[in-house]
Design a protein around this ligand. Structure first.
Ligand code: ATR
Length: 278
C-alpha cells in the first residue's frame, strides 16, 4: 500500500489528510495519507528514513519548507524560484522536491474567475514566504506589472530584486494610489486570519472590474473579501488554493490526477464549521 504524509510542527490543524483521504476513497485507491508531527531538530532524520519507513512521499509545511528544500536531491523550477519545498516524492530512488503553492493559486483563480489574467497589473500585499509563491505565479502567468507592498519595506524590496523585471516594491503609505491602479489585489499577509487583526484598507476607489483574492481561508470570507464584495468587486476566496495545491502531490504518490470538486470543498467547509471529520 502506498503511504504518504503531511508533516509540520505543529500539524494537528492540517486539513490535508481530509483532502487526500477523500480522493483515496473516491477513486478506490489503496493508500494512506496521515499527519506526522516532527520537531525541527528531528526533521533531517525523518526525511532520511522516509523510504525505510515505507513512504512514497508527502507534504511539508511550516516550519520545514526551507529545510526540505535543502534536503532534496533535485527540485522543480517552482521550488527553485520560491526557495521552499512543500511536496516530496521519489524518482529513481532520489528524493525530489516541488512547490505546488503557485500552481494552486493559479488553478484556483482559473477555476473561479476565468480570464482573470487578461489584467496585467497586480498589487500583492505582504512579502513573506506565501508572497514569494504568489509573485512567482503571477510572473509565470505573464503579468507584467506586479507591485509589492509590505509593512517592512526591506522585505518587499528583497522580493522585487529577487524576481527582477516587472516587479516593484512600495511603502505601505503608498497603498491608496496603488489600490486605485490595481486590477488584481492579493492579500498574502496573515491579516484577516481568525484571531488576528483585520486588514483595514479602503477599497472605495478600486476600479469596478478589479478582482480581490485572499490566501487566508479561515474565515472563508475575510474582512478584506467582505469589503470587496460590498464594494461590488469580484472576489475569490483562499480555500480553492489549498485544494488545488494538493493535486500534483496526489498524482505523484498515487498515480492519478484527482479533481477538485464542490463535494470536496463542502467537506472541508463542514470541517471548518466544526462538522464531523470523515
Ligand atoms: P508567510 O510565510 O505565511 O507569508 P511570514 O513570512 O511571517 O508568513 O509573512 C507574513 C506577512 O504578513 C508579512 O508580509 C508581514 O509583514 P512584515 O514583513 O512587515 O512582518 C505581514 N504581516 C503580519 N502581521 C502584520 C501586521 N500587523 N501589519 C501588516 N503586515 C503584517
Amino acid at each position: 500500500m502506498r503511504k504518504a504524509f503531511v508533516t509540520g510542527y505543529p500539524i494537528k490543524h492540517s486539513r490535508s489528510p481530509l483532502i487526500h483521504g477523500h480522493w483515496l476513497k473516491k477513486y478506490g485507491l489503496e493508500g494512506s495519507y496521515g499527519a506526522v508531527e516532527v520537531a525541527p531538530e528531528d526533521f533531517n532524520d525523518f526525511v532520511s528514513t522516509l523510504q525505510q519507513n515505507g513512504y512514497v512521499g508527502g507534504n511539508v509545511t511550516i516550519p520545514h519548507k526551507e529545510m526540505a528544500f535543502a534536503l532534496c536531491q533535485k527540485r522543480d523550477p517552482a521550488a527553485e524560484e520560491i526557495g521552499a519545498v512543500n511536496t516530496l516524492w521519489f524518482e529513481n530512488g532520489q528524493l525530489r522536491g516541488g512547490n505546488t503553492d503557485a500552481y494552486g493559486f493559479l488553478a484556483n483563480l482559473d477555476a473561479s474567475s476565468p480570464k482573470w489574467d487578461t489584467h496585467k497589473t497586480a498589487l500583492v500585499l505582504g512579502a513573506g514566504g506565501a508572497s514569494r509563491a504568489i509573485i512567482y505565479a503571477l510572473k509565470q502567468r505573464g503579468l507584467t506589472d506586479i507591485r509589492i507592498v509590505n509593512r517592512t519595506p526591506a522585505r518587499a524590496k528583497e522580493l522585487a530584486d529577487r524576481f527582477g523585471s516587472g516587479i516593484s516594491a512600495h511603502e505601505w503609505a503608498a497603498l491608496p494610489e496603488l489600490l486605485d491602479d490595481a486590477s488584481l489585489i492579493v492579500n498574502t499577509t496573515s491579516l484577516g486570519m481568525e484571531g488576528k487583526e483585520s486588514l483595514a484598507i479602503d477599497l472605495s476607489n478600486v476600479k469596478s472590474d478589479s478582482l480581490v483574492t485572499d490566501i487566508v481561508y479561515v474565515p472563508l470570507e475575510t474582512p478584506l473579501l467582505k469589503a470587496a464584495r460590498e464594494a461590488g468587486l469580484k472576489t475569490v476566496d483562499g480555500l480553492g488554493m489549498l485544494l488545488h495545491q494538493a493535486v500534483p502531490g496526489f498524482e505523484y504518490w498515487f498515480g492519478m490526477r484527482p479533481e477538485v470538486t464542490s463535494e470536496l470543498r463542502d467537506l472541508i467547509l463542514a470541517d471548518m464549521n466544526g462538522g464531523p471529520k470523515k
